[in-house]
Design a protein around this ligand. Sequence first.
Ligand code: FES
Ligand SMILES: [Fe+2]
Length: 375
Amino acid sequence: MSNSNTIQDIPEKPTRRQIRSIGPNGNYWYVVDTESGLKPGQVKKVRFWKQDIALFRDEEGGLHAIEDRCAHRQLPLSSGFVKGKNVMCTYHGWEFDGCGKCVKISHELGKDRTRLPKIKVRDYPVKQQWGLIWLFPGDPELAESVSLPKIPQLEGEKPWPFIPVEVTIKSHFTMIVENVCDFNHEYLHRRKQPFSKPRLREWKRDADSIHVYYDTKFDQSPAAKLFVEGGARDLNEIDIWYQYPYQGSDIGGKYIHWLFMLPEDEGTTRCFFVFLFGPIHLPLINRNIPEFLRKPILWFTNKWYIEPLLAEDKWALELEQQGYERYPEAPQIELNPAVFHFQKLSLEKWYDYIHTQPGQSTRKKVTGKTAVTPL
Ligand code: FES
Ligand SMILES: [Fe+2]
């Protein structure tokens, strides 16, 4: 997707303001909700980088995403209702199908017309995988050719169970990448100690992925003491990656996490975390727990340990965003060399997107015609 024009445009030494104002590249799949979070007959507003989208599940269970705008007087369709396979605007009751086409006007000026005026709002490719709802906000013609991340633990006959954790963080998505991939914020978690004594061993960029390797200990974490064989004393390193636009980590092939970010705007990012635990060990009986207990233990671990831990990151990140907004021109001071490369990757992807994607003319093609035909 890169081209030379794009690369030339990227500032050699981007300022903080440049980094903290870039958007995400829309030509990827983004998680917008969990499958169970959207019931048949329900419509919700989701946002991808300042675009409001009405996500709805029709009464037969079909999933659709269309621009959150009634073409009549621009009310959000997400404030309307699902009716059969359509979503109905709450004002005059016009109905739009899953492709964004107005298919029914039931009030007296519309109901007897043999042909409805051509009215359409944009629709978005959307699909479900691993219990998550994924949306492709960019050029829909590319959607089929772009893959979801490879997560072997979720493939095959016995996918690892997980319970996604959603956190909305009032900060720019690049700050979140820097938080999750940079273990130098050990101090923030000094009480919960998910990792300790981290030492940055190596980092490398390979195409659109940056891997960072830390030597670190996990045996001080209460969760590891309780649920990891040997209290995690054998686990001494972690591979953390920013695989654009996703983020993840792997401890010994046994404990994996993924983070799927949905940047809503410069100051708001919804985060969907997936924590994948291989063996869950109970020291009391010195055995791995049976399958039927995995989900309850995952739920308990989320509530007792992971969500409070993520709340610490959220707290710090929101303060960082506020600090940035108060002092936007303060120079960037960064000791971790990988952070610059996370930023560079995000910048490249954003520049790719804005240069190769919609000029207004492409956008017209993407959005379809919104005709305003006099009635
Ligand atoms: S504003 Fe939606 S039907 Fe009139
Ligand atoms: Fe953290």
